[in-house]
Design a protein around this ligand. Sequence first.
Ligand SMILES: [Zn+2]
Length: 510
Amino acid sequence: MNFIITSPLYYVNDKPHLGSVYTTIICDSIARYKRLREENVLFITGVDEHGLKIQRTAINNGISPKEHCDEVSDIFKKNWTKWNISFNKFIRTTSQEHKKVVYEFYEKVKESNDIYMGTQKGWYCVGCEEFKDNPDNSPSRQCPIHKKNLEWKNESNLFFRLSKYQKDIEELIKNPDFIEPKERRNEIINFVSKGLKDFSISRTNLDWGIRVPDHLNHTFYVWFDALLGYVSAISSTDNNCSLDLSIESGWPANLHIIGKDILRFHAIYWPAMLISAGMKPPKKILGHGFLTREGQKMGKSLGNVLDPEILLNKYGEEAVRWYLLKDISIGSDGDFQDRRFVDIINNDLANTIGNLLNRTISMSRKWFNNQTPSISEKINNEIITLANNSIKNYLIYFDNYKLDKASNEILNFATNVNLYLNKKEPWSLIKDDKNINEVKLIIYNVLESTRIIGTLMQPILPEFSNKILYQLGAQNIEKRDWEKRLNWGLLPESNDLPTPIPIISKLDYE
Ligand SMILES: [Zn+2]
C-alpha cells in the first residue's frame, strides 16, 4: 500500500530551528515505522521559498532572492541528512515542476468559478505575511509576534471563494480521524462554525513569487503556492508533471504533520482548495504543539533560542530524537530542559537499556564461552507475557501516532526485564553447578528481551537499534520481515557475542 506522509515545506528566511527539527523527526519516525510495516512510503519534505520576507532578507544580505533560496534550501537538505531523516522527496517551490502545478491548479479553481478580484485593506505584518484583524491601538501598531510595526496596505487582490465550501468543510471535520489531536480538532470546529470567509490568494508589488498568469502584476500568495508543493512533490517524473500524474502517484496524502500554528490553513483552506480543483482532501492532519525552553517561550528577542545544530553536535541526533519523541506527547506543548534532557538520556538509554544489554552480554560471554547460552526449553511464561503485552501496546500506540507512549512502552519493558534479572540473581546461582540450566535460561531470556527492545527501537532510534542488534550478533535475523522479528525465541543459541562496548555514552551536566 502507498503511504504518503509530509512535513511542512519550511520557510527559508532562516536555517532550520528546533521546531522544524521536531516536526521532521516525528515524520521520519512514522515513515520508518510504516516502511517496517511493509507500506510503500513516500515521505515528502521541502521548502517554501517565496514571499516578501525572503525578498527583504536577501536584499539585506546583498544577494538576490534566488541566491538566498539556493543557499538556505541547501542548508535544510544537508541538515536533514545530518539528522538521519529518511525523506524520499525534497520539493522546492522555486522549481519549474512546482510552477507548472500551480498554474494547472489555478486554472482548475478558476473553472469552478472560485476566483474573483476584491480589495484587501488593513494592517499587515511582513514577518507573518498576513493581515492582522485586530491590531492594537498604539500609534506603532505592532505585531504581537514580531514586535515590529505593521504596514498599512490597501490593494486589489485575487480572492478564493472559501465561503462556498462551508458545508464541505463541516462535513470533512465531522470525521474524528481527520484532525488530531482532539483539542486541535475542537479549535477548528469552533472556527468553522463562525462562518468561513473568502481569503486572498495574490499580492501586488511583490516580485519574488510565481506570477499569476492572467494578472501579471500579481504573484500568488503563500497558500496558493506553498501548499501546492505537496502535490507537485508527487506529481513529477523526470520530464513531466501534472495534477493527473499526482493522482496516479497516490494523491491524496495520508498524513500531513504540522505545527499547530498552521493547522487552520491545512485543515480548512487546503481541503477547500483541493475540492475546488476536483481533487481529494488529505486523509489526516496531525498538529503538534510548540516547544518552550526551561518553561519559557523561545524567541530571538529573549535570546534563549536553542540552536538544533549545537544540540546535534553536542549530543548526537539520537539523544535529541529520544527526548523529543519520548518526552513530548504529539499535540501537547513540550519543554526542553537541559537537566531533564541529560537525566532522560542517562536513565533510559545508558542505564535501563544500555547497561542491561552490556552486563548481560558480559555474563553470557564469561560463563558460556563468549556465546549466547544453549537452553533446553525456551518456555518462560513470565517474561514472554511481558514481551508480548508490550509489543501489542506498542503497535497500537504507533498505529495511532502516540509515539511517546510507544517509546515509554519499550522503556517499561526494559525496566521489567531489569527487575527480572535482579530478582533472579544469576550471578549468585552460577556459584552452584546444579543451577546451570536455570542460569542459561535467565541469560537467554534477558538477551532475547534486549533483541526485542532493539527491534522495537528501529523506527524511533535507528542507529541505537542497529547497535543493540549488532552487539547480540543478531544481524542475520534482521533480514526477516519486521513483525515476525517480534516473535519470541529468534535469538540463536550458542551464537558468538562480540565484545560489549557501551552503545551510548553517558552525558554530563554542563
Ligand atoms: Zn508578525
